[in-house]
Design a protein around this ligand. Structure first.
Ligand code: ATP
Length: 308
């Protein structure tokens, strides 16, 4: 078996509303898989089903070969979960939070103490291990939740929006930790951040309305959905004059403007020549092909801006 996670036609309905619709998926072991989608796409519902917090209405899912329907206990032994909210116990110190989790998993102090030392060191929290989580920054709390999810050495780690609300430095530090886990376990994460998916994931799936829209590596998605005919043109002066002219050209499909910078989408690759003919003699500061981003792919598929 090379798949750490398998979903067979999973459907979840809430009072007749279908949040997840006959969803199937296989995630290769040892990879980082990213699930993207706008608010309400069904991402958290899928994580809840895979972590046995919720039963599907139809279908079955397997984690390391164990069914979420019939082998919930085995599934829970295999997984670590980082939920959307930092659900730490505020009356326990950082180390005690980890120790409690170890005991809930049936580990003895002789087994878990060296593991806690290792995880506190790895997440940069060793010096603060006897402090309460309320005295930690958001990034430190998040790292503690990740450390807690790793105490019992899970084979699959679920991260639901791991870096939402963190400052750029904390995000990058958490990314480094997640990257360090790659290969030794399977990571399944949901995110709203395109740069996060791009930086971390071996494979990305974009979903909406409970269904998968597309999946592949970041490069595959960008190539497939690239707006290869979009150019950025910046004028030195007289930019106003060009707005109407550009929009009126038959081979121009769209014009977006930000001051003197225009984003011009052409009908096809060949249209660059007549465009240059029309612009000859104008005072252009720069012209360049716009490289596609994962956000372009997301918006072209879901029609929605990514939530910040
Ligand atoms: N307990 C519930 N009862 C009724 N509807 C629900 C329940 N939980 C989720 N939903 C609905 O199911 C849909 C999918 O929700 P879900 O939380 O899985 O989306 P999501 O992709 O995780 O969104 P977000 O990015 O906002 O976390 C939404 O329309 C939501 O309103």
């Amino acid at each position: 078996m090379t798949h750490a996670i398998t979903l067979h036609d999973i459907t979840k309905s809430y009072d007749g509303f279908t949040a997840v619709d006959a969803f199937s998926l296989e995630v290769q072991r040892g990879t980082v898989f990213g699930l993207l989608g706008p608010n309400g796409a069904g991402k958290t519902t899928l994580i809840k089903i895979l972590t046995t917090l919720m039963r599907p209405t139809l279908g079955d899912a397997f984690v390391e070969g164990h069914s979420v329907l019939t082998a919930g206990k085995e599934v829970r032994r295999m997984i670590g979960v980082v939920p959307q909210e930092n659900n730490l116990d505020r009356y326990l110190t950082a180390r005690e939070n980890l120790a409690l989790h170890a005991r809930l998993h049936g580990m003895r102090p002789a087994a878990y103490n060296p593991r806690l030392d290792e995880l506190l060191e790895m997440t940069g929290l060793a010096a603060r291990q006897h402090d309460f989580p309320d005295t930690f920054s958001g990034g430190m709390q998040r790292r503690l939740v990740v450390a807690r999810a790793l105490v019992h050495e899970p084979r699959v780690l679920f991260l639901d929006e791991p870096t939402t609300g963190l400052d750029p430095q904390s995000r990058r530090s958490l990314w480094d930790h997640i990257r360090g886990l790659r290969r030794s376990m399977t990571v399944f994460l949901t995110t709203h951040y395109m740069d996060e998916a791009d930086a971390l994931c071996d494979r990305i799936m974009i979903m909406d309305h409970g269904k998968s829209l597309v999946d592949g590596t970041a490069t595959q998605l960008k190539d497939a959905f690239s707006r290869a005919h979009t150019y950025q043109v910046e004028f030195r002066n007289n930019a106003d004059r060009y707005q109407g002219v550009l929009a009126g050209l038959p081979f121009v499909k769209g014009v977006e403007r930000d001051g003197s910078l225009f984003q011009i989408t052409l009908a096809d690759e060949e249209s660059i020549k007549p465009l240059m003919d029309h612009l000859s003699g104008s005072d252009i500061r720069r012209i360049c092909l716009k490289e596609p981003t994962l956000e372009d792919v997301f918006i072209s598929l879901t029609g929605e801006k990514v939530r910040e």
